[in-house]
Ligand binder design. Structure first.
Ligand code: NDP
Length: 279
């Protein structure tokens, strides 16, 4: 399941939608100098600009206080020219991520991490949902992977990938199991999966004998090694799986494309083109 061609198509559609909305602006906040985060921010900015979305780059030093981050988020919330606010994670350990995510205006929360957006997803009435889980669902849809009544297993329960993708799979009527580091017999769970989503960051941990023949396997993991980027799924799995996403070139490009789609969605909420539930 190649991500690049589909991501390109989505980015073209997003560019047309952004033009229709008028001006769309996405502000990113990077705290510290994590090398991987720098790369992600650069990719997001380049993609945004290609789609006609203004990308505004905010940087804070690694020793910035939580207050400084909250002040910047408040400023971006108040800035009428900003449609989407993305605070790149991980944040330095002294900053509480939940506090920062809660501070973002829910209508500008393009990562879907504010409790309002996370709650809407839980309620089965999704508003802004994170780009990675959305990208995974689009890839499965594009490849005709049926979900209703089928067994989906998600390995990983993070707020940014595991939990939201489990909710989307459930909403698509899959029978969903969520596994994590304390799961007793992981292989027994994954072998039962018609659709397997691996999002752990443990390179190559999903081995061929853990996969049901013919299963659709989505590899979200990205680990940097001397040989380049590798996923959570051992390459041998290609012999067993019916469909498999490559790393790189699978979920990664989809994440970028759906982030841009989220920026346009946020702009539509803000302009009242789409109704945003207010609690
Ligand atoms: P987190 O570290 O937040 O979560 C990892 C999850 O995997 C946790 O729930 C953890 O369990 C679980 N886990 C770790 N080790 C094992 C194990 N041995 N067996 C079973 N479960 C395990 O990571 P993220 O969700 O943020 O990211 C996961 C990976 O996806 C990373 O490699 C990240 O770089 C990549 N990623 C890729 C994106 C893309 O666009 N392609 C976007 C976002 C992330 P527990 O909760 O018990 O600790």
């Amino acid at each position: 399941m190649e991500g690049r061609p589909l991501a390109e198509r989505i980015r073209r559609d997003v560019a047309a939608e952004a033009a229709e909305v008028g001006s769309v602006a996405l502000a990113t906040v990077l705290v510290g100098d994590d090398a991987a985060s720098e790369v992600y921010i650069r990719l997001k900015h380049r993609a945004a600009e290609e789609a006609g979305i203004a990308a505004i780059d905010h940087r804070l030093p690694a020793d910035a206080a939580e207050e400084d981050v909250l002040d910047l988020v408040a400023e971006l919330n108040d800035d009428d020219a900003v449609d989407g606010v993305l605070v790149q994670t991980p944040l330095p350990a002294h900053i509480d991520e939940a506090t920062v995510m809660r501070a973002i205006d829910p209508m500008k929360d393009v990562d879907g991490l504010h409790p309002v957006n996370a709650g809407q997803l839980f309620l089965g009435r999704p508003t802004l949902v994170g780009a990675t889980p959305l990208g995974i669902m689009r890839l499965l849809e594009e490849h005709g992977v049926g979900l209703a009544g089928r067994r989906a297993v998600v390995v990983g329960r993070s707020l940014i990938v595991g939990k939201p993708v489990a909710m989307l799979l459930l909403q698509a009527n899959a029978t969903v199991t969520v596994c994590h580091s304390r799961t007793a017999d992981l292989a027994a769970e994954t072998r039962a999966a018609d659709v397997l989503v691996a999002a752990t960051g443990q390179a190559g941990m999903i081995r061929a004998e853990m996969v049901k023949p013919g299963a659709a396997v989505v590899d979200v993991g990205i680990t940097r090694t001397e040989a380049g980027l590798v996923g959570d799924v051992d390459p041998e799995v290609a012999r067993v799986a019916g469909l498999l996403t490559p790393v790189p070139g699978g979920v990664g490009p989809m994440t970028i494309a759906l982030l841009l789609a989220n920026a346009v969605r946020a702009a539509r909420y803000r302009r009242g083109v789409l109704a945003f539930p207010r609690g």
